[in-house]
Write a protein that binds this ligand. Sequence first.
Ligand SMILES: NC(=O)c1ccc[n+]([C@@H]2O[C@H](COP(=O)([O-])OP(=O)(O)OC[C@H]3O[C@@H](n4cnc5c(N)ncnc54)[C@H](OP(=O)(O)O)[C@@H]3O)[C@@H](O)[C@H]2O)c1
Length: 282
Amino acid sequence: MILVPGGRGQLGHDLAALSSDVRALSSSDLDVTAVSAADLAGASAVINCAAYTAVDAAETDEDRAFAVNAVGPGLLAEACASLGIPLIHVSTDYVFSGDGTRPYEPSDPVGPKSAYGRTKLEGERRVLEAGGYVVRTAWVYGVQGSNFVKTMAALESTRPSLSVVDDQVGSPTWSHDLAAGLLELASVLPSTRLLHATGGGETTWFRFAQAIFEELGADPSRVHPCTTADFSRRAPRPAYSVLSGAVWEAAGLRPLPHWRSALAEAFKAGVVAPRTGAAPLE
Ligand SMILES: NC(=O)c1ccc[n+]([C@@H]2O[C@H](COP(=O)([O-])OP(=O)(O)OC[C@H]3O[C@@H](n4cnc5c(N)ncnc54)[C@H](OP(=O)(O)O)[C@@H]3O)[C@@H](O)[C@H]2O)c1
């Protein structure tokens, strides 16, 4: 049985949907900030999806973010090591500065610019030190919880037009594809411990939003490009978040599908609930 702390989040939900061997745990079932080996009894592996993911809130709540993103993964890693079972821990592009111009390799220098990124980086360090796996991903969306795809779908139905940033580059990742990749990793258990897994290709939030409009059957020209400077956010966003999958593939793992075809599949799978009621504004 594969235990999944944070199992009620986007990614945990899809892990549970993909395998009957997965036991997804909510934070009240298992709080990673106070976990011990006894809590993992009977598990053959752990995939940690628990995280403090509120990037802006973390700027003023770094202690809590640190507890969930650094202390928790460290405790999980020690518990897994003591039981002799693998831990796969999910991390983020925010550990990089985002100043890059070519896809980041796992071995590239890190340099987080946000509290979220700093706490996730410390979580990585603790997991790797205890012999666990760290998989960095980015721009995740899925059927569970709130995410960019659902936000764009909601805005499409309520606004005639909208502006979306066109100067941040990354790779949208459907949580279903990432979940399948993590289950493959759990079965292969390669010798490489630090890996990247995102949807293939790259885009900007603006072009991603246009693609979402296309999937909705709406006119993508209703989405207009703007710059990061046009939006004031508490935590800085990485300008460049593309993660290279070369190490993932070299470890014998299947690359995740291209972000654009994945988006089409995600729509077919119902990532956005079909509309009922009022017609869209146009
Ligand atoms: N979303 C993205 O775009 C993105 C990008 C890069 C990396 N990641 C990483 O991918 C992983 C999964 O992200 P996600 O989008 O699935 O996150 P999510 O939807 O925000 O889910 C995170 C889950 O963590 C749980 N949690 C919070 N504190 C906990 C605690 N103390 N103990 C146990 N569980 C706790 C929450 O459970 P309850 O709801 O039960 O409280 C929540 O369901 C995270 O490591 C995240 O950092 C995400």
